[in-house]
Design a binder for this molecule. Structure first.
Ligand SMILES: C[S@@+](CC[C@H](N)C(=O)[O-])C[C@H]1O[C@@H](n2cnc3c(N)ncnc32)[C@H](O)[C@@H]1O
Length: 313
């Protein structure tokens, strides 16, 4: 005869046994096993497109954003390595006025955290008298980084475990990467490696949707998924004097570079191959048919570069 289904508290009592340290150890083991298995099931559901983040969130007692942040962010954060070359070709640099604003002219040393292929690192390295360290967790990105900015001190590490001593740098900058960090761990870690009064700068390039073809491109991209990023996050203690700056500018790029820009988005890299092919096809169609784009080999992508700067107390 089939066993009747046990409910949560009955299972807990069974694992707990007579309690004490033995009970705690058994519970810890079961929680870890459950967590691993839940992640596997969620990965299966997502890869076979059997459930949306909304439904997974409901099943886990979380919001859609909470579930997708928890399970897709990890996969996406580690996805860039698969498309490091496309990233280097297609992603824009940062305007020099933004870089100048983010790193005080008095700084003698700077850390580029989550440096990727070195889009920002190379602009920092061009500043005379500034010693540049770049930390990046993914080997494929680091490979591109070392080749692009040979003068930088490139290190393996993460925002949560920065491979630098205390008070090592005058400024830390994070380009297009803050949203991947566990801010609660990263913030004190950044404070640890900064000299007193040092600065933290965050920056994101945002496509300017007021231009009709850019709005159309984003509609195509977001048909598949929408990645909400807070580009003006609050920065808590021990930082203060939080300031913001928006810089508008345009990036010249070719049609293949625009396709690389799309292909290097984390959510595109982690898509099923069939969906990715379909998306790239739709972007190609837009380039061929939109009145402002068709027949053009050279394009200009309008950007708003959104910067945040804060000072260590
Ligand atoms: C969108 S890319 C930005 C790269 C580069 N800063 C730029 O501006 O082109 C995000 C980078 O953050 C890195 N990253 C993700 N999670 C990280 C973490 N916890 N600590 C440090 N870097 C991380 C990724 O490997 C990736 O290279």
């Amino acid at each position: 005869m089939a066993q009747p289904m046990l409910h949560g508290m009955e299972i807990v009592e069974e694992i707990e046994g007579s309690g004490g340290l033995g009970g705690v150890a058994r519970m810890t083991e079961v929680i870890a096993a459950l967590e691993t298995r839940r992640t596997e099931l969620i990965e299966q559901l997502r890869s076979q497109r059997l459930a949306s983040w909304e439904e997974i969130g409901q099943a886990c007692g979380m919001t859609r954003q909470g579930a997708s942040r928890r399970w897709s962010q990890q996969a996406q954060a580690t996805s860039f390595g698969d498309a490091a070359a496309a990233y280097r070709r297609g992603r824009p640099p940062y305007p020099s006025s933004a870089v100048d604003w983010l790193v005080p002219s008095t700084a003698k040393s700077v850390l580029d955290l989550g440096a990727g292929t070195g889009k920002l690192t190379q602009l920092l390295a061009a500043r005379e008298g500034l010693a540049v360290t770049a930390v990046e967790p993914l080997p494929a990105m680091r490979e591109e980084l070392v080749a692009t900015v040979p003068s930088a001190d490139v290190r393996d590490g993460s925002a949560e475990t920065i491979p630098l001593g205390n008070k090592a740098v005058d400024a830390v900058v994070v380009a297009q990467a803050w949203h991947w960090f566990d801010a609660a761990t990263a913030l004190p870690e950044i404070a640890r490696v900064l000299t007193p009064g040092g600065t933290l700068g965050l920056v994101w390039n945002i496509r300017d949707h007021r231009v009709p073809w850019v709005a159309e491109l984003d509609r195509v991209l977001h048909r598949h998924t929408r990645q909400e990023i807070d580009t003006a996050p609050s920065i808590g203690t021990p930082f203060h004097e939080v300031e913001r700056l928006d810089v508008r500018w345009e990036h010249a790029l070719t049609r293949p570079e625009l396709l690389d820009l799309v292909a290097s988005r984390s959510y595109v890299i982690t898509m099923a191959a069939k969906d990715r092919d379909e998306l790239m096809h739709q972007v190609g169609e837009l380039l061929d048919s939109h009145l402002d784009l068709r027949g053009r080999k050279n394009l200009t992508m309008p950007y708003i570069t959104r910067c945040t700067r804060a000072r260590l107390s």
